[in-house]
Design a protein around this ligand. Structure first.
Ligand code: NAD
Ligand code: DAU
Length: 364
């Protein structure tokens, strides 16, 4: 039996991971440490039994030390971060504070508690992103774990810095670390600032779907449940000090994702008459195509053109393979958002509306 500290466990991937781990290892103890920023939501953990929730900041090193020591925690799964590229362009300093200084704080606490005296068995798993590798051209080979780092946004630069710190704490101090670099996640509980939930909710309200640039940017879409299985494989079978790429095997241009989304919303309204009553402003409620909401807007500055993951290492060493293709994963995600309207209504508060106005006003 283990005791996990899950940082950022009230965010999108963290909450899915806590739910996954509860089913996967029901006897393990779980403590969530989350500062409940705009992206953190207690409701995302509703109904999960036996989770000790601590409302606190990863930059509070003394708090983390106390949690590790008093709870006899032996595993950290580190999700907590500022995670949205567009927000990093508006306010980069917060990304350095949380993603770099926050990771430093966790490493400092882990070293102080776990490496004191003769040391104890432990694991520090760091959740990172494929964006640290930069941008690919159309014919370039996919990112491997040895692709040189070339981050292009304040977000990816801050994640790259945190990856380097984790690596250094392993090499210099012997901290038992693993790192995973994954592609674009989607699924339940994703905050509606990211492409898929933003466009889904806009479509339901008849609001424009703002496509950056020409919409031909390519991402590898990873269902969050597959990502959670990949992290579990790193924890259970990953070699200490190593990094593993985790992808979804679904490389798609944004326009293909958006067209899938529009067609799926049309089909949902065609088969469920109640949706037109619940969302009367959706084009689909009036028999019009959701695709009529598509708008090409000014591009994201420095927008990376393509990410692609080569996950040969994770397949060979961990036995990891994504189980859900995009069509299946997307259908399940649409069904979840339609069935969980109270969850997404609750997170779209005043500060959310201010963000949408600030980010999209300049692009119109
Ligand atoms: P998210 O923005 O949905 O959630 C982040 C969580 O961290 C929130 O609950 C927030 O309250 C918490 N948090 C922020 N600052 C904190 C602090 N100082 N102390 C404690 N908690 C704090 O993010 P996500 O999409 O779930 O991403 C989780 C991790 O996965 C991040 O490290 C991100 O870089 C990485 N990642 C995400 C994706 C993706 O597609 N979403 C892909 C690759 C990697
Ligand atoms: O690749 C992994 C990364 O994926 C993670 O590290 C990040 O935390 C996560 O946010 C995500 O970054 P992206 O920038 O790729 O995700 P986002 O959902 O913001 O955008 C996906 C693509 O859609 C990207 O090419 C930009 C485009 N886009 C996004 C928004 C929000 C639009 O065209 N319009 C939009 O309004």
């Amino acid at each position: 039996m283990s005791h996990l500290l899950v940082t950022g466990g009230a965010g999108f991937i963290g909450a899915n991971f806590v739910r996954f781990w509860r089913r996967h290892r029901p006897d393990d103890a779980i403590t969530v440490l989350d500062a409940l920023t705009y992206a953190g939501n207690r409701a995302s953990l509703a109904g999960v039994d036996g989770v000790d929730f601590v409302h606190g900041d990863i930059r509070d090193t003394a708090l983390v030390e106390r949690l590790l020591h008093d709870g006899a925690i032996d595993t950290i799964v580190h999700f907590a971060a500022e995670s949205h590229v567009d927000r990093s362009l508006h306010g980069p300093a917060e990304f350095i504070d949380t993603n770099v200084i926050g990771t430093l704080s966790l490493l400092t606490a882990a070293r102080a508690v776990w490496l004191a005296g003769s040391g104890q068995p432990h694991r520090f798993h760091h959740v990172s992103t494929d964006e640290v590798y930069g941008s690919l051209g159309p014919g370039d080979p996919a990112f491997t774990e040895t692709t040189p780092y070339a981050p292009n946004s304040p977000y990816s630069a801050s994640k790259a810095a945190s990856d380097h710190l984790v690596r250094a704490w392993h090499h210099s101090y012997g901290l038992q670390t693993t790192t995973s670099n994954c592609s674009n996640n989607y699924g339940p509980y994703q905050f509606p600032e990211k492409l898929i939930p933003l466009f889904l909710i806009n479509a339901l309200h008849g609001r424009p779907l703002p496509i950056y640039g020409d919409g031909q940017q390519v991402r590898d879409w990873l269902h969050v449940e597959d990502h959670c299985r990949g992290i579990a494989a790193c924890l259970e079978r990953g070699r200490v000090g190593e990094t593993y790429n985790i992808g979804g095997g679904s490389e798609l241009p944004n326009l293909a994702v958006i067209d899938t989304l529009c067609a799926a919303v049309d089909a949902a309204f065609a088969t469920d008459a109640d949706l037109a009553r619940r969302f009367p402003d959706a084009p689909a409620a009036q028999g019009l195509p959701t695709a009529s909401l598509k708008r090409f807007v000014a591009d994201r500055p420095g927008h990376d053109r393509r990410y692609a993951i080569d996950e040969t290492k994770a397949r060979a060493e961990l036995g990891y393979a994504p189980a859900r293709g995009f069509a299946e994963g997307f259908a399940a995600t649409l069904a979840w958002y339609l069935a969980n309207e109270p969850w997404w209504r609750a997170v779209m508060d005043g500060s959310y509306r201010d963000w949408v106005e600030a980010n999209y006003a300049a692009r119109r």
